[in-house]
Design a protein around this ligand. Structure first.
Ligand SMILES: Cc1ncc(C[n+]2csc(CCOP(=O)(O)OP(=O)(O)O)c2C)c(N)n1
Ligand SMILES: [Mg+2]
Length: 595
């Protein structure tokens, strides 16, 4: 039999039962579990469903189509050819808006394919609702949705929820269409209550197909728990310590996830002359041009001078305030810790020697502290000292970002980008070994303009750019990424989606021809070993792919490879013009020194 006939026969067999069932039961309008799911998402304020469909979703595809025909609202469906990208898009959108979004994936397979994005949303505390179908639980046509494809036996796995149990704040199985709405609201309430995080719900096809009386429940009865303030007793002691200290210092990493908290931290610095150090920041926590800002530190193996001389360290929202093997506060410094998640219950090994620890919302806590601080006191000395440090730090950055004579440096490249963007431009940083260079030289000052994945599974930059652009259609977006991280981001999917959903952004690939981070990690542990002297340690990408060409092929992006120092700034300017005026993505592949 020719291939074509075989194909037709297979198609007829595969879909015959489906066609008969739907013809026999077709009605003008059906209300089933899938209808309840879509209504629940709309009522809960979910704007987007980042979806990758499969055989588990006939009910949902049908309900979406029915709702569109009958004029009912549906979340905007974003078709995502890769699940890691789908979840990362949702993460990007939520990092901007704070509003939980939904992701739909295919059974255990799509759950696995969300891959490291699961780690990122969990560690970054991103509220997101993930739905997966599950294999039908009937096999002889007992119920609508019963098994009718061979994969239904293969996809029936012992513990689908176990795939991501270690990462979810909440996971459950929907067992009937009748309480789907309540279950969705409960999952969203848990995901959106601090400390926020992802939730996972799965359901077999029969649940979505189950015809039910329309469910009417009030989504507003499942609001997130209210932000927690500091207790009055602890507040008094804390404020006294802050006033008594000679060199108080704030260390923070993700306080800026709420932009209001940044304004409160500025008030605190202005009132108290307290220094602010960002440690491995995942958000912009403090304006980098404020005279109390002493810079940021990531993996740099050195003792931070401001941290060493502080006599009071106020840790505000941080997972890694310092790395004690080479950087820590002085012996005897008083440490106070306010965090939405101070115990880090999902991190098996975690402690800092804190005298006071509070689980509280930093915006609320800082407001309380600020309203108690009504005397400026003898603070000019503190402020002057931090101002001196700040100015020295700025001079050092200016020195480092000078135009190089030979190979392009990350510092110079980042300074070129900075000169071509405005204050409102949103910057995504997945620069890895150039992470600090990017944060330092990009010079963001406005809260909510600088982001990272907040975690460590690479490839966040592309999907997050799409999600953030959906949230901020009028802002310019600049995605600064290592070459390895660009490859991890699945650029073929990202650029197809960016064109389809009109989310133009500029990507700059910091191309050092491979993975420099594992090389640095090796050298830090084995500085004089065999690997340190080896020519090749299997981390280089020679010859590298044509990174910008991938984006051009997948989504019509503007593509340019830049190898010459003189070309850098004009290329950034031209690429940004394309993004802003032609509303098209641009990818600049900028060659730095070989790793
Ligand atoms: C999904 C995932 N796989 C592997 C790693 C381990 N890893 C950490 S950094 C890194 C290299 C990143 O390369 P690139 O983006 O080019 O940055 P560079 O190290 O060159 O600065 C790798 C492979 C990871 N963090 N996440
Ligand atoms: Mg690299």
């Amino acid at each position: 039999m020719p291939d074509e006939d075989l194909g037709r026969k297979y198609f007829r067999q595969k879909y015959a039962s489906l066609v008969i069932v739907s013809a026999a039961q077709s009605q003008p309008s059906t209300y089933n579990g899938a209808s309840a799911l879509i209504e629940a998402l709309v009522d809960a304020g979910v704007s987007y469903l980042f979806a990758n469909f499969g055989s588990d979703h006939p009910g949902i595809l049908e309900a979406l189509a029915q709702a569109r025909v009958t004029g009912k609202p549906v979340p905007k469906v974003i078709t995502c050819p890769n699940e890691m990208v789908a979840l990362t898009c949702a993460q990007g959108f939520v990092q901007i808006t704070g509003r939980a979004q939904a992701v739909l994936v295919h059974v255990d397979c799509g759950t696995q394919a969300m891959a490291g994005a699961i780690h990122n949303v969990a560690k970054c505390r991103v509220p997101v609702l993930i739905f997966a179908g599950a294999s039908p639980y009937t096999q002889e046509g007992e119920l609508k949705g019963s098994r009718n494809e061979f994969i239904h036996w293969l996809q029936d796995v012992p513990d689908q929820r176990g795939i991501l149990r270690g990462y979810m704040k909440y996971e459950n199985e929907l067992r009937t269409g009748r309480n789907i709405k309540q279950m969705i609201y409960r999952a969203l309430q848990i995901a959106s209550s601090d400390p926020q995080g992802p939730a996972y719900l799965m359901a077999a096809r029969e649940v979505f197909e189950e015809e039910i009386p329309p469910v009417s429940v009030d989504a507003s009865h499942w609001t997130p728990i209210a932000p927690q303030p500091l207790p009055e007793s602890g507040l008094t002691e804390l404020v006294e310590s802050l006033l008594a200290a000679k060199r108080p210092l704030v260390v923070t990493s993700y306080l800026g996830r709420k932009t209001e908290a940044v304004a409160e931290l500025v008030r605190l610095a202005d009132q108290l002359g307290i220094g602010v150090l960002e440690s491995c920041p995942s958000y912009l926590n403090f304006p980098t041009d404020h005279s109390c800002y002493v810079g940021q530190q990531g993996n740099e193996h050195m003792q931070n001078a401001s941290l060493a001389e502080a006599d009071l360290v106020l840790v505000l929202d941080s997972d890694v305030p310092w790395i004690p093997t080479f950087n820590k506060p002085a012996e005897g410094a008083k440490i106070c810790h306010i965090d939405i998640d101070p115990l880090k219950e999902r991190t098996p090994l975690w402690y800092i020697p804190a005298a006071q620890v509070f689980r509280a919302d930093c915006t609320a806590a800082l407001r309380q502290i600020n309203s108690r601080l009504n005397s400026a006191g003898p603070l000019d000395d503190r402020r002057a000292r931090y101002e001196k440090r700040h100015n020295a730090w700025i001079s050092e950055l200016t020195r480092r970002e000078q135009k190089p004579t030979k190979e392009i440096t990350a510092e110079y490249l980042t300074a070129c980008v900075r000169r071509q963007i405005d204050r409102e431009t949103v910057v995504l940083n997945e620069g890895i070994t150039n992470f600090s260079a990017i944060n330092n030289h990009i010079g963001c000052t406005v809260p909510g303009t600088r982001f990272t994945s907040g975690a460590s599974s690479l490839g966040w930059n592309g999907g997050a750019s799409i999600g953030m652009k959906l949230a901020y259609p009028d802002k310019t977006l600049v995605c600064l990424t290592g070459d390895g991280s660009y490859m991890f981001s699945v650029p073929s999917t990202v650029h197809w989606m960016a064109r389809k959903y009109q989310t133009p952004f500029l990507t700059v690939v910091y191309n050092n021809r491979g993975w420099r981070a594992p090389k640095f990690s090796m050298l830090a542990v084995h500085p004089d070993g065999y690997a340190s002297k080896a020519q090749d340690i299997d981390v280089a990408f020679d010859p590298p792919p044509d990174y910008s060409g991938i984006a051009a092929a997948a989504g019509g992006a503007f593509a340019r490879i830049v190898k010459n120092v003189d070309e850098v700034e004009p290329a950034v300017a031209e690429a940004l013009k394309v993004v802003r005026e032609e509303k098209r993505c641009a990818v600049l592949d900028v060659w730095l020194a070989h790793l």
